[in-house]
Design a protein around this ligand. Sequence first.
Ligand code: AHR
Length: 520
Amino acid sequence: MNPIFKILPLIIFYAGIALAQKPAEPAGCRIQVFVDQPGPVISKNIYGHFAEHLGHCIYDGIWVGKDSKIPNTDGIRNDVVKALRDMKIPNLRWPGGCFADTYHWKDGIGPAAERPSIINTFWGGVTEDNSFGTHEFMELIDLLGCDPYITGNLGSGTVQEMAQWVEYLTSDNKSPMTYLRRKNGREKAWKVKYLGVGNENWGCGGNMTPEYYSNEFRRYSNYLNNYSGNQLNRVACGPNSDDYKWTETLMKDDGARWAMQGLSLHFYTVPDGWDKKGSATSFTEKNWIRSFATTLHMDDLITRHSAIMDRYDPEKRIFLAVDEWGAWYDVEPGTNPGFLYQQNSLRDALIAAINLNIFNKHCDRVKMANLAQTVNVLQAVILTDKEKIVLTPTYYIFKMMAVHQDARLLSSNIKCEQYKLDTDSIPSISYSVSKSADGKIHLTVANLFAARGQKISCEINGLKINKITGEILSSNRITDCNTFEKPDVVVPKSYTDFKTNKNTLELQIPAKSFVVIEIE
Ligand code: AHR
């Protein structure tokens, strides 16, 4: 007998074991897009930002004063303005945050030398000299070419104070407020599209119950007028993450519901809980997937708050404004704990991509969102150090995803593998797809696997593919950041790892990466 036959059973046995032990090949992922089923418009305001008087966001980050050696326009940093314009910033929320419900706007107008100094009680107890006030903010808005989103003080202010601020900003009539504005150098009224009627009034904005806030919102809104052709969108303070009772109480109150054009929602990605938030730069794959699992809760929150809103507002007249979101970690070692300064890594880029893809998919209800915060605070898009500036990985996600601004969401579906580690199990892909007014299709897709590339087969129904271009954002390590010394570690690069087969696009997406594809 041929000796090979004697050992054949052994060969088969060990080959079986070897096959069983081989890690499963990625099954690949399939996305179907239906070009002839355009959905609602993805409001550009989903790509909005938030700048509070907190740490070095306004002071040093945006405002350096007219006498600074740092190139500026009337005190506002030119480099920051350019970066934000390039990113297509659509709106900016100001002056807070918790600061807003301590802010008295009249402290921030008139000759700078005569403005009173106050203590910023929420953020570091530092002295605020009010050199950046209403006129400076509105000039910043002009330079950025975006919409202002002003948050009024309901917590410690008065109805009269908020009503007068609206009049000062937006009225062209003759009145004491408009006279004051003219005296301070501004002849023409500004346009203010969004007004937040308080901030987090369930917490730092006055510790109110929803019933109490609902009444206050009605009372304040009654005096927040539309002057001289300006149309205010009054944004009521909405819930803290999953406080569904708050949403229910405001929505079922007829008076509050009729007075509001928007309702806010705040939810932060705090992967390991508020007690020990963890480092922005030193983390493991376990923290990586935990961060994404936490971020994905945004989808449930929007779904459930929207369902409550649908019951009282089925026509979707009232928009949901996710006007504070982003990752919140421990501050960088050695920095003021009250300044919330944190670095920003590839993980944050993918957190931003997940959130923006979620907002896009809920664009029938979510018409505004604001990342916290623009410069030097929390998940910043820009970091500055005196005259130096660095654009973070999150910045590049906003820039790459700007193609969705005011495009129509396209109907689509996905089948993909789960990404599992320990107790976490999340979809390995985050994506959304839209069609812009010029007919171009944009697909934004993130592969969340820390160490596995994926093949994505994307079927585009209803379009003959002519031309495809792409960009990718990735890096060698999940913890990679852009620093003042090495600002170009995580930057977009051209992406060409795709092929087409009739109306199907085959994409090979590396581990831990984000890709934007333009299809014509
Ligand atoms: O963004 C920082 C703070 O977080 C804001 O001031 C407040 O509204 C929220 O709690």
